[in-house]
Design a protein around this ligand. Structure first.
Ligand code: TYD
Length: 139
C-alpha cells in the first residue's frame, strides 16, 4: 500500500456565504472541492467525550470530514508518523486519502462529524486491525 506523507494532508476551505443581512452562514461543497465523487454521506453525533471512533484504515475509500458543530480530534497515522488535527469549523474539512489509519476522539458536547465518502459501505474495504495495517504499509 502506498504510504502518504502526513504533512501533505490538509484542511480544505469550504466556501462560506455569509448573509449580508445577518441571517447567518451557508457553506457549499460542489464540483471541484473534492477529488472524488460523493457516493455516501453519514454523520456521527452524541459521541461521548471519552469515546473513540474510527480505529481503522480503508484500502480504497477516500473521505472528507467536517465538524458541522462542536469539535473533535482526528489522529492520523501512516504507519510511521502520527499527526493530530482538530476539526472545529463548519467551513473547513479534512481530506483523508485511502491507506491512512484514523482515530476520532475528544468529541465536544453537541459535536457532529459529517463524513462524505467516495464509495458505498463495504466492510471488505476496511482494515480494522492495526498490526495488519502495519504489515500492509510495510509491503
Ligand atoms: P464504523 O465504520 O466501524 O464506525 P466508526 O469508524 O465511526 O467507529 O461503523 C460502525 C457500524 O456501523 C459498523 O457495524 C458498520 C456500520 N455502518 C454501516 O452499516 N454503514 C455505514 O455507512 C457505516 C459508516 C457504518
Amino acid at each position: 500500500m502506498k504510504q502518504i506523507d502526513l504533512d501533505k494532508i490538509e484542511l480544505i476551505e469550504i466556501r462560506k456565504i455569509s448573509d449580508p443581512d445577518g441571517r447567518g452562514n451557508l457553506s457549499v461543497i460542489e464540483k471541484d472541492v473534492l477529488p472524488f465523487v460523493i457516493k455516501r454521506v453519514y454523520y456521527l453525533y452524541d459521541v461521548p467525550s471519552s469515546s473513540s471512533r474510527g480505529g481503522h484504515a480503508h484500502k480504497k475509500l477516500q473521505q472528507f470530514l467536517i465538524a458541522l458543530s462542536g469539535s473533535f480530534d482526528v489522529v492520523l497515522d501512516n504507519g510511521t508518523q502520527r499527526r493530530n488535527m482538530t476539526l472545529n469549523r463548519p467551513d473547513r474539512g479534512l481530506l483523508i486519502p485511502n491507506g491512512i489509519w484514523r482515530e476520532l476522539e475528544h468529541f465536544s458536547s453537541g459535536a457532529v462529524c459529517l463524513s462524505l465518502v467516495s464509495a458505498e459501505y463495504d466492510e471488505s474495504d476496511y482494515i480494522r486491525d492495526y498490526d495488519a495495517y502495519l504489515e500492509r504499509v510495510k509491503k
